[in-house]
Design a protein around this ligand. Structure first.
Ligand SMILES: C[S@@+](CC[C@H](N)C(=O)[O-])C[C@H]1O[C@@H](n2cnc3c(N)ncnc32)[C@H](O)[C@@H]1O
Length: 313
């Protein structure tokens, strides 16, 4: 009999359509099928197969085998890049699926049944386009700013020929704007006075991250002052069913290093931006006002529930 202490509780937030909602990853099965994963699995005192969550190589290998075994996806990232947890990232895809099937914002999609998404900050792992395309046949533009993210996102797309046509990886440069908007001020900060219009926000807890000594100066005004977010990246006439985003949550890597009990990588470029998620999402909201005809839904992950009040005000 499983003791109360050891009984696994399904998180309330897990989406019922999520492959893992009733079947969490079976480490024993995966270890029996994939020798590369077996090397990271050990039996804990209670006899359960486990992995060392503080070892980046273990968490990356788990993600690799889950994507391969459950989704038929070939995937890899460089040491230290942000490693996504598959059950967690799948939830966001299914939440968007729910939004798209609702009438809260009517569907004026002129592409017929083709669903088109925009992944803001797709990362080297390119996880949302890969999952969205393989689970639901959605098409994506995945955008990012860093060379390493763009290179590895491309590699991950090309390693999956069956869905590679569905995904475009788009580089964000400082002034690539095709939509000229006087207040986009490409790369500069804007005063965010606009209210959310037709946009939705998906709340999720941030992935716990390892400690790091890297630090960036905190932006006292909490204004986003990085490269373009949506304006200047979305092209004239483009239409998307949704925008999704797992933003750089933090202002400093110290702030990011809250949970040394796990290791999911995450470089400063991936985790940090001046003003953190509050400023980044504020910019998405500002951009959404101008781009309201280009998107049906604007969504983003949010690490801190306390930021929600500010963002929806
Ligand atoms: C937290 S990571 C998310 C990566 C991936 N989507 C995931 O869920 O694991 C944030 C990503 O946003 C990218 N990023 C930061 N500023 C950006 C911008 N202005 N435009 C596009 N991507 C940006 C970073 O390079 C990084 O890859």
């Amino acid at each position: 009999m499983v003791s109360k202490k050891n009984k696994r509780k399904r998180p309330d937030t897990i989406h019922p359509k999520n492959k893992y909602s009733d079947n969490p990853p079976d480490f024993a099965l995966l270890a029996s099928l994939y020798t590369s994963f077996k090397a990271f699995v050990f039996n804990s005192r209670d006899g359960r197969p486990r992995i060392d969550w503080t070892n980046f190589n273990s968490t990356r290998e788990l993600t690799r085998v889950l994507l391969l075994h459950d989704h038929g996806l070939n995937w890899w990232i460089r040491n230290g890049q942000l490693c996504p947890t598959v059950p967690n990232r799948s939830k966001y895809i299914h939440w968007i699926e729910d939004l798209l099937s609702s009438d809260i914002i009517p569907n004026n999609n002129s592409n017929g049944d083709i669903v088109r998404g925009f992944d803001k900050g797709t990362g080297a792992n390119c996880i949302y386009p890969l999952l969205g395309a393989s689970l639901l046949g959605w098409t994506f533009v995945g955008s990012d700013v860093t060379d390493v993210a763009l290179e590895w996102a491309e590699r991950n797309v090309k390693s999956n020929q069956h869905i590679s046509e569905l995904i475009e990886i788009r580089k964000v440069t400082n002034c690539q704007g095709t939509l000229s908007i006087e207040d986009s001020k490409c790369g500069e900060s804007v005063d965010g006075k606009s209210k959310m219009d037709g946009s939705g926000s998906v709340v999720e807890e941030a992935e716990p991250l390892p400690l790091s000594s890297f630090d960036l100066p905190s932006d006292a005004n909490k204004k986003y002052s990085g490269p373009p977010v949506l304006l200047g990246v979305v092209r004239d006439g483009e239409k998307f069913d949704f925008c999704m985003c797992n933003p750089p949550f933090f202002e400093t890597m110290e702030e990011a290093g809250l949970n040394p009990k796990t290791s999911f990588g995450g470089t400063p470029e991936e985790m940090v931006c001046p003003g953190g998620e509050k400023a980044f999402i504020t910019r998405i909201i500002e951009d959404s006002v101008v781009l309201k005809e280009s998107f049906r839904w604007f969504t983003s992950m949010l690490g801190r529930k306390t930021n929600l009040k500010f963002l929806t005000s």
